[in-house]
Design a protein around this ligand. Structure first.
Ligand code: ASP
Length: 329
């Protein structure tokens, strides 16, 4: 990133962070105590909800669950839950997963007509012998457990879909310009990680997935190890971006393993992105946005993205911070 662009990106962050030398930004530290971090600046609202839970000595699991419900219920958020952009057939299909400090996991994929996919994922974790339920089966399970069917389309998402249909141009590979345009209108998948007052870690990830995707397409977000991973001894990671590429490198698990072998959260996020570059080459990677965030057991956190303009929202006893991720390209 050139200096002008860097300054422009920093223009959106809090003055405290903007004034920090880059060496300090590389390894942000919160000395113990609860903390919650999320993909994307607008998710500071979701973090605030999670922080409410953490500050009442609630569990990290409840914190991430309740935190990510905020964008799920927000009709203005066009990449998560209600109001999420539909697939090419005009159907909103949701993906979500959750993981706690004991290695318990639950996920739903291609779930329709239920706003809070994360709550269904948690129920899969807590009330079934399984870890993933998809499509009609996920809907049936949700309805049997008292969830209400709702129309997830909004006037805004219908209009966007109708506009897309005019050209039906679908290409998940992106340019920096396209990403900047998309971020102006919108933000993406929420991945959230938290540590509670017992020093336990949990994470959640929820999305409507790639806008105008093929019906039934599932990305990284509900896949444990790709879109989210938690190891209570080491730390946790989650991310956003082109799911096909994150699955290829088991992104979140790769990051947690890199932290296990001594990398800081920021270094570990960068390491996972470099794994994709060595596997698929620079020309491929230059067209892909992926943003990772990670948290270790000490409460150190970090992020990194393939292309510019990815942000992370942090909420701790030190207040709210928005971090502009460094990027590979
Ligand atoms: N990772 C999500 C997916 O591939 C989309 C995104 O985060 O933009 O479905």
């Amino acid at each position: 990133m050139n200096r002008r662009k860097f300054v422009k990106v920093l223009g959106t962050v809090t003055p405290v962070i903007a004034a920090m030398p880059s060496e300090l930004m590389a390894f942000n530290k919160v000395a113990n105590g609860p903390i919650v971090i999320s993909t994307w600046e607008p998710n500071k609202k979701a973090n605030a909800e999670a922080w409410e839970v953490l500050s009442r000595q609630g569990s990290a699991l409840d914190a991430v669950h309740q935190g990510v419900m905020v964008p799920e219920a927000d009709p203005e958020d066009t990449s998560v839950g209600l109001g999420g952009f539909p697939d090419r057939d005009g159907k909103v299909t949701l993906d979500a997963c959750i993981m706690d400090h004991e290695g318990n996991i639950g996920a739903v994929m291609a779930l329709e007509e239920i706003v809070h996919a994360i709550s269904v994922a948690r129920l899969v974790m807590e009330k079934t012998p399984h870890v993933q339920i998809v499509g009609d089966g996920a809907l049936q399970f949700a309805l049997e457990n008292g969830f209400k069917r709702e129309n997830l389309l909004t006037p805004k998402s219908i209009e966007a879909w109708k506009n897309w249909l005019k050209k039906s141009n679908y290409n998940p590979m992106e340019t920096v310009e396209l990403i900047e345009e998309r971020i102006k209108k919108n933000h993406d998948t929420i991945g959230m990680l938290a540590i509670d007052s017992l020093n336990n870690i949990s994470g959640a990830c929820t999305t409507s997935g790639m806008a105008f995707k093929m019906h039934g397409r599932v990305g990284d977000s509900p896949i444990i190890g790709a879109g989210l991973y938690v190891d209570n001894e080491i730390g946790a990671a989650t991310g956003t971006g082109v799911g096909e590429e994150v699955v290829r490198i088991c992104g979140s698990h790769t990051i947690v393993e890199a932290m296990r072998y001594g990398k800081s959260p920021e270094e570990a996020c960068k390491h996972a992105l470099e794994r994709l570059i060595s596997m698929k080459g620079e020309n491929h990677a230059r067209k892909i946005q992926i943003g990772f965030i990670a948290l270790n057991k000490n409460g150190d956190y970090g992020c990194y993205s393939m292309l510019p303009n990815f942000t992370m929202a942090v909420h701790s006893q030190d207040g709210v911070q928005i971090i502009s991720a460094k990027s590979i390209f």
